[in-house]
Ligand binder design. Structure first.
Ligand code: PLP
Length: 273
C-alpha cells in the first residue's frame, strides 16, 4: 500500500488485514526496489509507480503470486465499460442525452469505463456530449504532462506506454485522493484527449473537499476524495449553466464512497489540510 495512503487511510489497511492480508507500506523493505528507494529517501511518501514496481518484483520471484492490474491498460478500460453501457441504458429510459459526462482520472479506468461507450456515439456523430476529466492540480498528468512514451512504473519494469505523463519518477504531494496520485494516464484516454475528445480540468484539494461536503449534505452520500474531483467539475458546469440560463444534462461518475477516508474529512473540517 502506498505509504501516504497507508498513513492517511488506516481503515483501508484494516479491511485488508481483517481478510487476512499482511500490509506493507511502499516503498517497503520487502523488495530490492523498495529498499533502493528507501536508501535514497527513508521518509519517502511512496507513489503508485513505486508500488507497481514492488508488486511486479514480488511476482517475478514468487511462484504463487500474480499481479492484477487495476487501471491504465486496454483490457482494464474495456472491462470497466460496463459502467458506461449501463449509464447509457439508464439515460435512454429517461429519454436524456448528456451535454456533459464527467469523471475523475487517476490511471483513467473509471473515466474510460464511464465515458467510452458514449464517446463511441460522439465519434459516429450521433451525440454532441462533451467529456470532462477531473484531476488534482498536484498531479496534472493531462493538463500539464507530456504526450510521450514512458514507463507505467517508477522502476521501469513495464513496457513503454504512449501516454500523458509527468515522468515515471514524479513524486506528487501526499493528497488524500491517493488513487489520483499516478504519474501517467491510460494510453486510450491519453489518445482520446490528444485527439480533442476529452477536456481535462484540474482542481485544488480544498476545493474538492468543499464540493464533497456540499454533496454529502444534499445527497446523503460521503464521496471518496478521488470522486470529489468529478463532483467539483460537475458543480462548476451546473453553476455555469445557471449563470447563462441554459438547461444542461450533466452526468458524473461517483467512483467510490469516502467512509474509509474520514481522516481527510477530519483535516478538511478542522482546517488542517
Ligand atoms: C474511489 C476512486 N476513484 C477513482 C480512482 C482513480 O482510478 P482510475 O482513474 O483508474 O479510475 C481510484 C483509485 O484508486 C479510487 O479509489
Amino acid at each position: 500500500m502506498v505509504r501516504s495512503s497507508y498513513d492517511q487511510k488506516p481503515f483501508r489497511r484494516l479491511v485488508m488485514e481483517t481478510y487476512g492480508a499482511t500490509v506493507h507500506p511502499s516503498p517497503s523493505d520487502v523488495t530490492e526496489y523498495g529498499r533502493s528507494v528507501l536508501a535514497d529517501r527513508p521518509d519517502h511518501p511512496g507513489t503508485l509507480g513505486i508500488a507497481i514496481s514492488e508488486a511486479i518484483e514480488l511476482c517475478l520471484h514468487q511462484e504463487n503470486t500474480k499481479y492484477s492490474l487495476g487501471s491504465v491498460l486496454n483490457h482494464v478500460m474495456l472491462h470497466q465499460t460496463v459502467i458506461g453501457q449501463e449509464t447509457m441504458m439508464q439515460l435512454e429510459q429517461i429519454d436524456a442525452v448528456p451535454d456533459y459526462m464527467v469523471a475523475c482520472v487517476g490511471g483513467g479506468s473509471n473515466f474510460a469505463g464511464f465515458c467510452f461507450p458514449m464517446m463511441g456515439k460522439k465519434i459516429q456523430g450521433k451525440v454532441e456530449t462533451e467529456f470532462i476529466a477531473a484531476e488534482p492540480c498536484s498531479v496534472p498528468s493531462m493538463t500539464k504532462g507530456d504526450f510521450k512514451y514512458d514507463y507505467g512504473d517508477t522502476g521501469k519494469m513495464t513496457p513503454l506506454l504512449k501516454m500523458y505523463t509527468l515522468g515515471c519518477d514524479f513524486v506528487p504531494s501526499a493528497i488524500h485522493a491517493g488513487g489520483l496520485r499516478y504519474h501517467g494516464m491510460a494510453p486510450t484516454v491519453s489518445v482520446a484527449a490528444k485527439l480533442g475528445y476529452i477536456k481535462p480540468v484540474a482542481y485544488e484539494q480544498r476545493d474538492t473537499f468543499g464540493a464533497a461536503t456540499i454533496f454529502a449534505k444534499t445527497e446523503g452520500i460521503i464521496p471518496a476524495p478521488e470522486s470529489s474531483h468529478a463532483i467539483k467539475a460537475a458543480m462548476d458546469l451546473a453553476l455555469e449553466a445557471k449563470k447563462t440560463g441554459e438547461e444542461k444534462v450533466i452526468v458524473f461518475n461517483l467512483s467510490g464512497h469516502g467512509l474509509l477516508d474520514m481522516t481527510g474529512y477530519d483535516r478538511y473540517l478542522r482546517n488542517t489540510l
